[in-house]
Ligand binder design. Sequence first.
Ligand code: SF4
Length: 271
Amino acid sequence: MKINFREAKSIITKSNIPSIDYVINPYTGCQHGCIYCYAEFMIRFTDHKGDKWGQFLDIKTFDLTKIKPERYDGKKVLLSSVTDPYLPLEKKYQNTRKILEKLVGTAAEVSILTKSKLVTRDIDLFRKFKNIKVGISISTLNENFARIIERAASKPLDRLEAIKEISESGISTYVFISPFFPEITDFRAIIEQSIDYSNNFIFENLNFRPHNIPRIMRIIKEHYPNLLQKYKDIQKDYDYWDVVEGVIKDYCEKKKLNYEIEFHHGGFSKS
Ligand code: SF4
């Protein structure tokens, strides 16, 4: 893992994600190295030509005094969009924690999204916010498959344990079921395992991108060879996702869940 320090001009930046006003990415790059990651385009914008996604991390340095919590009142702020705010190196560098400490007092609607159990470290801070929700992102409960697709993220059950702890601390939570791997993601099982700790579920489909298709197909061929043809077909069959969306909708309506389905949005990373 190549580690660098880089000065960031601003650490809270305007977002181009629909429904999010500002994003905070305390790091450039992502140690989790998910095989499907949509944030890999960052390589082009960050002087990392020739580097592999998941094998470099820039620790951003920034002027904390420039963070004015009241500036974000009423806005929607997401941590993070093109990295994970609770990477293994967050334990050491604490960029996320430092930013959150400065943001205490804001009336922004803050949303945290992670694949790491390290998020529980900051429960004391979350409690100080007026409007915060903490989410975990999860694709599968299958530990082996999770290790293959999300090499360095926390195990799925550890993520669920984290959301339980956060919820029991009185903090609002959500579960981001993403990316939805056709025929593999058992969304019902994920909901059943987490429904006692969250009633908010967001779904995002697996977005095939030229950079991630070879990796996804290699893994499907190796671990789910019976699904290989289906995965080839789905890349051209946009109606497939409408059918899945209908199934999810029916299930969520019956269970009276709060849910959003973000299919066909094109896939930004959102951790
Ligand atoms: S999907 Fe999220 S957690 Fe995974 S590598 Fe990309 S930014 Fe990191």
